[in-house]
Design a protein around this ligand. Structure first.
Ligand SMILES: Cc1ncc(COP(=O)(O)O)c(C=O)c1O
Length: 395
């Protein structure tokens, strides 16, 4: 046995040390601390639908448990669920999807993203992201040791940055990760953007991950999957899930559709990490995928909240925002000589409102994200308090 002369500074690996903590979770933790001190906080920070999971979904999980469906399943997910996912996407996109080879069910879309990035990226590779972006893309890539190359969408309107994507590509670029409808801006890619992405993928041999988790939450127009333009699964992974569309955040269920080789690698990882998604949830998901009415009801409610919040913002002297076409967030620009980290911290400490700083989404300018997944009264009261604080700051 060797005798160690010096004590280790830390037992955590380099890889573990690289993992950034979640920016949205940090703010939520502080909000909880203030609540524990007796403060009432208006929570507009986290992207969690404030709706109960629809009852038929709960009943389906309960039924599965009562029927003894409580053991491990195939690590790819139960076959009827993969078949349903394949059928839905094939019908919509005309792409042939084999439920045995091209679909995997994962514990949330986040787990799909993790195993996909882990499977695709080598340390030293880089991945292009369009900023503002959902922070876990950056977090997972950093953990793996990959570099991210954020390409800013056009500020103000957050339109798709065609030319800057092209100029960001270099020898080490392995993939482009896109998210439409976008968290946090609510922007939806038009067909010309999807075609451009496909051309980039072909011309530069770049993999595309399309995160479509907000696909069903759109207000004016429908979002069509990136698969409709690719017409093939080559160099393509679609990520989707039920957290947002069916208010199932805590159930942990997502899924991916992609080429056989990538899905197989993601499956090997899942076999070693989580084995499978918990079984009753998979049966509940089977029911969820047949339910369209609850999502329509939620979307109508988000639209109402968006419109009312937008009316307020239009009247404000300090706030401006692109009108989101989908998802359930407002990415709001504010006036004032104060950075967004300090601003949201003051909003929380002085006004008891939790929102998320723009920096969390890779944006250095004066932005914050407000979630519409809360009661309308809370959204309007939160905006009023934020406006009051800005009046004080801008005096
Ligand atoms: C853009 C985006 N992708 C993926 C996820 C992860 O969702 P899930 O709960 O399925 O892991 C989220 C959750 O906030 C998200 O906003």
């Amino acid at each position: 046995m060797c005798e160690r002369m010096t004590k280790r500074d830390s037992y955590i690996s380099d890889c573990g040390m690289r993992v950034p903590s979640s920016g949205t979770m940090k703010a939520a933790t502080r909000a909880r601390e203030l609540e524990a001190q007796g403060r009432t906080i208006i929570k507009l920070g986290i992207g969690e639908p404030n709706f109960k999971t629809p009852q038929p979904i709960i009943d389906a999980a309960y039924k599965a448990m009562n029927e003894g469906k409580t053991g491990y399943t195939s690590s790819r997910g139960i076959l009827p669920l993969r078949e349903k996912i394949a059928t839905i996407y094939s019908k919509e996109t005309n792409v042939e999807i084999n439920p045995h080879a091209n679909v995997i069910v994962t514990p949330g879309a986040k787990a799909s993203l993790f195993s996909a990035l882990f499977s695709l990226i080598n340390p030293g590779d880089n991945m292009i992201l369009i900023s503002p972006y959902w922070p876990s893309y950056q977090g997972i890539a950093t953990f793996i040791g990959a570099k991210t190359k954020p390409v800013p969408a056009h500020y103000g309107d957050f339109e798709f940055p065609f030319e800057s994507i092209k100029s960001a590509i270099d020898e080490q670029t392995k993939l482009l990760l896109v998210n439409s409808p976008c968290n946090p801006t609510g922007a939806i890619f038009e067909e010309d953007a999807l075609r451009f992405i496909k051309d980039i993928s072909e011309d530069y041999d770049i993999y595309i991950i399309s995160d479509e988790i907000y696909k069903k939450i759109t207000f004016e127009s429908q979002y069509v999957s990136y698969l409709t333009v690719t017409e093939t699964l080559d160099r393509t992974l679609i990520i989707d899930g039920l957290s947002k569309s069916h208010a199932m955040t805590g159930w942990r269920i997502g899924y991916s559709i992609g080429d056989k080789e990538l899905i197989s690698s993601m499956n090997r990882l899942q076999q070693n990490v989580s084995s499978c998604v918990n079984t009753p949830t998979q049966y509940a998901a089977l029911t969820a995928l047949d339910l369209t009415e609850p999502t329509k009801m939620m979307v109508a409610e988000y639209k109402k909240r968006r419109d009312k919040a937008f009316e307020f913002i239009e009247k404000s002297a300090y706030l401006s925002c692109r009108k989101p076409e989908g998802a359930f967030y407002l990415f709001i620009q504010y006036k004032g000589d104060i950075c967004s980290d300090e601003f949201v911290s003051r909003v929380l400490e002085e006004k008891s409102v939790a929102v998320t700083a723009g920096t969390v989404f890779g944006v250095q300018e004066n932005y914050f994200r407000l979630s519409l997944a809360s009661k309308l009264e809370d959204i309007l009261e939160g905006l009023k308090r934020i406006d009051d604080l800005l009046e004080k700051i801008n005096k």
